[in-house]
Design a protein around this ligand. Structure first.
Ligand code: NAD
Length: 454
């Protein structure tokens, strides 16, 4: 099939590459000249496991190309996927659909022959119907259908998620659209991957419901961890005991620094807004949002307490600024709250992240960007782990303790065993577990703080 994908971001680029790999002919459109120029050079603008070889192979096979010419791409396409951003509006909680409606207007004017226009972007219920009306106004004689096909991929495993999803959800208003979408996804349904056909409204709600439910689990386990700290229980034991229950399962039961990323924060807000709009406030989601915001704001207090209360003049190392491991995405990451909060309290920041530092440099000032975790930890009063990179799990804790000014590790991801931290001579603060206090040691020599900016 001939497909045009509008938007070459995390979702658009992965979808375009995977559909091309399924044998479809894909033109991926973006209006960002920087992204297009990188893609033209065979470089991938985002960090996503397995994406580069897929893009390269399909470009070489002639099934995938990139352009800024939306009209030409759409005119040739049987299916147009809208994969543009739907961030939170500048004010309030509603999803900002400006990119979507602007792209849809351009698409409507460019249509040639019967085309199914599909929203892959996450959008509030009713959006497909509004798009249909807007496009019909822009192109009264256009022969098109609007469908909804929410995307459930996770950054960090997006290619695998796209090619082996738990299910595909398609929302349609006609058999004509359903047949086209069934053909599009035949390479997956032929492998017995379920394809659920619903109305557009239900498909739109399914995506918000799934994300808000997962966010609720995270908010729940974070408060559970706080409770465990007071109750003297190890949250790891508690979540293991819960997760073995088949009705609950083990996923999304890891406490941490609060959820971030480009989806959960904005989708919870958009869901809460949509519910208020229809006069049916979703109070559970409202409190998930509030508790997550509070958690992020409290991170600085936890770090301050770990270094004895005062942050002024302290050198604090942050390991990880990506909102989660295996991505360079820092949108709504806890680092975006914690780093400015630490700086506002007078701390000096040394930061290392294996892939997200280029994005960080564009956002943070007065941060020392370091070449590895040990360089970042040198001379530090505390090391704070914010992202659960595997690279950090393998750290030599004794070496880390040796280079620090004060051997204090604040681990917001529970990456380490408390006894390992203790054996390394660290005072160890984690989430939902008792603090482990290092035995007194002679004050470490203050090693020169390498300015190793990379
Ligand atoms: P993104 O910001 O990474 O990418 C959006 C891209 O669209 C940008 O490259 C932008 O330049 C381009 N764009 C915007 N308007 C355009 C236009 N008129 N013509 C051409 N290009 C245009 O966004 P993303 O993270 O890929 O998310 C896209 C949508 O998918 C959002 O609704 C998001 O909620 C949803 N989603 C995201 C993920 C994820 O993990 N990132 C997962 C599932 C769903």
């Amino acid at each position: 099939m001939k497909i045009a994908v509008i938007g070459a971001g995390y979702v658009g680029l992965v979808s375009a590459a995977c559909f091309a790999d399924f044998g479809h002919e894909v033109v991926c459109v973006d209006r960002d000249p920087r992204k297009l120029s990188l893609l033209e050079q065979g470089r991938i603008p985002i960090y996503e496991l397995g994406l580069e070889p897929l893009v390269t192979a399909n470009r070489q096979a002639g099934r995938l190309c990139f352009t800024d010419d939306l009209a030409q791409a759409v005119a040739a396409a049987e299916v147009v996927l809208l994969a543009v951003g739907t961030p939170t509006r500048a004010t309030g909680d509603a999803a900002d659909l400006a990119q979507l409606f602007s792209a849809a207007g351009e698409v409507a004017r460019a249509l040639r022959g019967f085309t199914v226009v599909v929203t892959k972007s996450t959008v509030p219920p009713g959006t497909a119907a509004r798009l249909r009306a807007t496009m019909a106004e822009a192109r009264p004689v256009g022969d098109f259908e609007v469908a909804s096909n929410p995307e459930f991929m996770r950054e960090g495993s997006a290619v695998e998620d796209f090619t082996q999803p738990d299910r595909v959800v398609v929302g349609v208003a006609s058999m004509r659209a359903e047949n086209v979408l069934r053909q599009l996804y035949r390479p997956l349904t032929a492998r017995n991957i379920p394809l659920l056909v619903t109305t557009c409204e239900a498909a739109e709600v399914i995506k918000y419901a799934a994300n808000t439910f997962l966010a609720t689990r995270i908010a729940f386990v974070n408060q559970l961890a706080d409770f465990c700290e007071r109750a003297g229980a190890d949250v790891g034991d508690v979540t293991r005991g819960m997760g073995l229950d088949k009705r609950i399962g083990p996923a999304f039961l890891a406490p941490g620094p609060g959820f971030g990323g480009s989806c959960f924060p904005k989708d919870t807000r958009a869901m809460a807004h949509a519910a208020r709009e229809v006069g049916q406030p979703f109070t559970i989601v409202e409190s998930v949002i509030a508790s997550n915001d509070t958690r992020k704001r409290q991170l600085v207090e936890r770090v301050a307490a770990a270094v004895g209360g005062t942050l002024g003049g302290r050198r604090i190392t942050v390991l990880g600024i990506a909102f989660k491991a295996d991505t360079d995405d820092i949108r709504e990451s806890s680092a975006l709250t914690l780093i400015p909060d630490l700086q506002a309290r007078g701390a000096r920041l040394a930061v290392f992240d294996p892939v997200a530092m280029d994005n960080g440099r564009q956002l943070f000032e007065d941060v020392e960007w370091c070449e590895d975790a040990y360089a970042a930890a040198t001379g530090a009063d505390a090391v704070v782990v914010l992202t659960e990179w595997n690279l950090f799990r393998g750290l030599d804790l004794a070496r880390l303790a040796r280079v620090m000014r004060q051997p204090v590790l604040v681990d917001f991801r529970n990456l380490f065993l408390p006894e390992d931290a203790l054996n390394a001579g660290l005072t160890y603060h984690s989430v939902g577990r008792p603090v482990v206090q290092a035995p007194d040691r002679p004050a470490a020599a203050v090693l020169p703080f390498r300015s190793g900016t990379v």
